[in-house]
Each structure stands twice: as C-alpha cells, then as structure tokens.
Design a protein around this ligand. Structure first.
Ligand SMILES: CC(C)(COP(=O)(O)OP(=O)(O)OC[C@H]1O[C@@H](n2cnc3c(N)ncnc32)[C@H](O)[C@@H]1OP(=O)(O)O)[C@@H](O)C(=O)NCCC(=O)NCCS
Length: 395
C-alpha cells in the first residue's frame, strides 16, 4: 500500500525557564511533572482553538525514567493537567535526544495519518535524578562501547580534542564566550519572553518566586575567567571546563504539532513544516561528532545542502563538539546562522528538554526572519548518536 504523507507543522512551542540542578536551583522543590503541566496548559491558553480532547497522544522524552520521571510521565502529564483519562501518553529515551525523538515520533505519526494533533516534549530534572542515576550497565557495555570514557560525556569531549588537536581550548573558550554574549543579548532583547511559561516555585530556603528566567547564563564571561577554570574531566592537560561545557540543569519544553490541514481548519498559524529527519550512530567515545553524519543523512533525504540552511540550531553539549560540526561543514564559528540567540553552554542542557528547546528557538528565529527558508535542529547523544531535523519556515 502506498500513501501520500500528510504535511506536518509545528504550531507552538513553550518551555520552562532552565534552572541549575541542585539545592541552589530554582526548581529544587518542584517535581519534574510540575514543570510539564503548566506548559501543556499554556498551549491551550495560547491557542484557544485547541481543546485538550483534540490531542491524540502526549509523547515525552525523558532520559532518566525512574522515581518522579518514571511510571510513564508522558501519560501522567495530561492526567495531572486534569484533562481526563482519554488522552494517552508515553515516555521515550534516547538520552539527550529523547525530546527530539519525541518530536520525531510525533512527526511520523502525523505524516502517516495515525494522528492529526499531538504534543511532544522533553523534561529532565537533573537535580532530583542525576545523570546515570540507578543505571546498571551490562558487564560487556564498557568493552563494547570502546572503553570507560564512553560513560562520561566530558571525557568524550576531551577525546574529540585529542583526535582533533586543531580544535584548541582557546577556540572552545572563545566559542563559549561568544555563546554567553549572544545569550545575554537575546535575553536582554526579550527573545525568551514569549517562549518561557513562568512557574511559581519555592526555593530551598522557603522563599517563593516566579521562575520566569533562565538561571544558568553567565553574562560578562571573559576569556581570562574561562582560561582559569579547572578541567574536571582530565587533570592535568584537560581542555573541557565548566565554562565551555553545558551545565547540569532542570527544565522542560513542549511542542504542539499538527497535520497542516487540521491547523488551518482551526485557524492556527503553522510556524514551520517538517522536511526531513535522520539519526546516526558513531563511536561512543567521541559521541559529540554525531551531528555531522546525522545532518548529512537528513540533508540527503531532503535533497538539500548545508548552504541551504538559513538557521542552524545545534545543541552545545560541549564547545568542542559544536566546533567539530562547524569545521566539518566549513562553517565559521561566528557564522550568524548558528545559534543566534546563544545555546546550551549558556542556557543549560536539561537533557531531554534540549531537543524541543532547539525547535522552540527555531520557531522564534523563523518568525523574526521570514526571509529564512530552511533551518536545522541537531544534537549529539550519549552512547554515540546524533539526531538532526530539517524544517521549513511557514512565515
Ligand atoms: C562541567 C561540570 C562538571 C561543572 O560542574 P560544576 O562544577 O557543578 O559547575 P559550576 O557551575 O559550579 O562551575 C564550576 C566553577 O566554574 C565557574 N564557571 C562556570 N562557568 C563560568 C564562566 N562562564 N566564567 C567564569 N567562571 C565560570 C563557576 O563559577 C564555578 O566556580 P567556583 O568553583 O569558584 O564556584 C558540569 O557542568 C558537567 O558535568 N557538564 C556536562 C554535562 C553533561 O555531560 N551533559 C550531557 C552532555 S552529552
């Protein structure tokens, strides 16, 4: 049986502020589910034509599926939103790309005709569920993944520096400083306002506040400050620091996807349409290089080249892996197409939330750049994977 694909569009995307993981974090006393519920409710408020009963599945990426993030959080979110029992839900794990995979599964469900209206998101509370918490790797995993560094993402970034000495620590620090500068500019210009859903929180000391802005960015970051930081993943001679790596964070982000005909019937304006996606596997000890083959595959499927990409949103797990990606595609580190509003080094990287965050950023960037036609969202994944999605601007 052959069938035409339905056109899939993103109608809206919202996120929480991203907090620092741990007791000093704004979400220390907030559960993972309670990061997600205000987001899905905000989708209904922002898009009055959308009714909860139209949502055919609630697909959530979450890396650590234990404790508050276990028990199929994707199903619990619509129930906790008090939308009744009729909206199904599931949880997906592809480590850092769990949320982007949730978006990808929503795309394929809509394209195939299995659904017309879905929510797909990602959440990670790294303060409550630290990376690797309660994991029990197979006794052969270390040998088959290429060695112990495959389990420590910072070490995989050091390995990229080893293999590509032309990507120096100074370049990584300069990239990180530029990221902080772009982030500060974007926040000062109010670019995050329409995307962040404020949440009432109680801090560890009992203070109540509205969490409406990201906690991780460090405006005023200097090259001198970065040069003096410890290299926690290798000492001496390490190059990866807290300054040129993404941090440990709490946050959530959700995307509303529809069949274009459904969106238009509801008078909801599509922000961007899905063009192509691809996932790729690489040597897990240098997992950060994987956005390159994933993007090559996605571009090939789309019949496009990197030159066609007017906006590029790459998740900066580490500066060196973003630099590797740019270098391989012949793109300058300061190319204005790349992470124009800054990236994960400044905003943070609450694992599964980061893929949907890239989608939210691309939506915003497409909106303010109607002349931009194509955009790429791409990220690397622990255990050696990359996930890339190409989108077309509907503005
Ligand atoms: C790198 C890492 C270990 C740092 O953790 P941390 O020590 O808790 O980080 P902090 O935010 O406390 O920063 C450490 C120090 O660097 C300083 N620092 C961080 N960024 C800075 C910047 N841009 N400029 C100047 N100083 C900076 C902090 O002020 C802090 O200084 P202090 O020790 O004097 O207080 C942690 O963020 C990490 O593991 N990141 C990678 C996460 C990851 O692997 N994700 C998955 C990717 S695939």
């Amino acid at each position: 049986m052959s069938r035409e694909l339905n056109e899939v569009v993103v109608v809206d995307a919202v996120r929480t502020a991203f907090g620092r993981a741990g007791e000093k974090g704004i979400f220390w006393n907030t559960r993972a589910e309670d990061l997600c519920v205000p987001l899905v409710k905000a989708l209904i408020e922002r898009n009055p034509a959308l009714k909860p009963e139209m949502i055919e599945d609630s697909i959530w990426g979450v890396t650590n599926q234990v404790k508050e993030q276990g028990g199929t959080i994707g199903r619990m979110i619509p129930i906790l939103a008090e939308w009744g029992w009729e909206i199904p839900g599931c949880s997906i794990d592809r480590m850092c790309a769990s949320g982007l995979t949730a978006v990808g599964f929503a795309v394929s469900h809509i394209a195939s005709g299995m659904a017309d209206c879905l929510i797909a998101g990602g959440v990670e509370h790294m303060g409550h569920l630290p990376m690797g918490f309660m994991r029990d790797p197979h006794p052969r995993a270390e040998e088959l993944l290429g060695g112990p560094s495959a389990f420590n993402m910072g070490m995989t970034a050091e390995n990229i520096h080893d293999r590509h000495p032309e990507l120096t620590k100074e370049m990584a620090d300069a990239y990180a400083k530029a990221c902080q500068d772009k982030t500060h500019q974007a926040i000062s210009d109010g670019k995050m306002k329409n995307m962040i859903v404020p949440i009432e929180v109680t801090l560890a000391d009992g203070t109540q506040m509205l969490a409406d802005s990201d906690q991780q960015p460090r405006p005023g970051t200097s090259m001198d400050g970065l040069a003096g930081l410890k290299t926690p993943f290798r000492d001496p001679d390490g190059r990866v620091t807290a300054g040129n790596a993404s941090g440990l964070n709490d946050g959530a982000c959700v995307v509303l996807l529809m069949n274009r005909m459904k969106a238009e019937a509801l008078n909801l304006k599509p922000k961007m349409r899905w063009v192509a996606s691809a996932v790729a596997g690489v040597d897990p000890t240098v997992m950060g290089i994987a956005p390159v083959p994933a993007s090559e595959k996605a571009l090939e499927k789309a019949g496009l080249t990197m030159d066609d990409m007017d906006i590029i949103e790459i998740n900066e797990a580490f500066a060196v892996q973003a630099l590797y990606f740019l270098d391989r595609f012949g793109i300058k580190a300061d190319d204005p197409r790349v992470n124009r509003w800054g990236g994960a080094i400044a905003y943070g990287h609450p694992l599964a939330a980061s893929g949907p965050r890239l989608v939210a950023f691309l939506c915003g960037l497409f909106q303010e750049n109607p002349q931009a036609r194509y955009g790429l969202t791409t990220m690397c994944v622990g255990r050696g994977q990359g996930y890339s999605v190409i989108w077309e601007n509907c503005n």
